[in-house]
Design a protein around this ligand. Sequence first.
Ligand SMILES: [Fe+2]
Length: 151
Amino acid sequence: MTLISWGPSLELGIALIDEQHQRLIFLLNRLNDAMLAGHSKEVVHDVLEQLIDYTQYHFSTEEQLMKLNHYQAEDSHCLEHQRFIDDVQAFQRQCTAGQERISIDIMMFLRDWLARHILHTDKKLADTLQASGTFILPTMQQEAQQEIIPC
Ligand SMILES: [Fe+2]
């Protein structure tokens, strides 16, 4: 079941960022599928780990983009990223300790946070850069091919 669909309403017009957001949405939907299919804790944990790893990679892309272009709201934007990573890692630790399971509520939280962040915080960044006429894109290392765990 699709938790969140990629579409024009989420596009910001910066290909590097749009492609990464698309990948994040793909991984979020995979996590939702793994949760709904009732896969073992280990499988769900691996899918969650892939999502966290890719989220960190994506955030570092945006943070370099902000730094390279002296974006004024860099600090508050990075703080949103950091708080999200802290929350998700705390949740991951609870899962590992067996105190928590991925639930529909958790999936809703992840989906709502991502959609809100793209539509407000990332959109403000994209609009500012696009309004400036020219801006510098970070050169990211080749994305590591992630093993896709069958769900
Ligand atoms: Fe962001």
